[in-house]
Design a binder for this molecule. Sequence first.
Ligand code: 5GP
Ligand code: ZN
Length: 116
Amino acid sequence: MFTSDREKNCIFCKLIAAGDSEFLYEDNEYVAMRDINPQAPVHLLVMPKKHISGLNDAVGAVTGPAMDLIRQLAVDMGISESGYRVIVNCNEDGGQTVGHLHFHLLGGRRMKWPPG
Ligand code: 5GP
Ligand code: ZN
């Protein structure tokens, strides 16, 4: 199933391969799960199943459908109208800690700007 050491060592690839029952959403291409360390009442991680290291390696064919899915999840979570924030942390200065492309969907509280 795994095609490289990078994927073998990736915690998100492991969760996806295990078919985590905690997934809020799953289709052939994407999964969504709650963040293990939530920073807001709603904090989901939306990601492609395919291992892509980060935003620098992502093409529009991946990010476009992810955004469509995120919009729908915001509706499903009841935060579409109150508002929400979508974040992609990229590489070290961006604060990325897991090297598998993922989108944070945060809502359920008033966000601050600028982010830290
Ligand atoms: P990053 O810092 O790379 O943008 O975001 C990684 C996120 O993954 C963090 O918010 C962290 O709490 C979350 N996370 C790390 N390990 C796990 C895990 O095993 N399960 C879940 N659901 N979230 C995780
Ligand atoms: Zn991965």
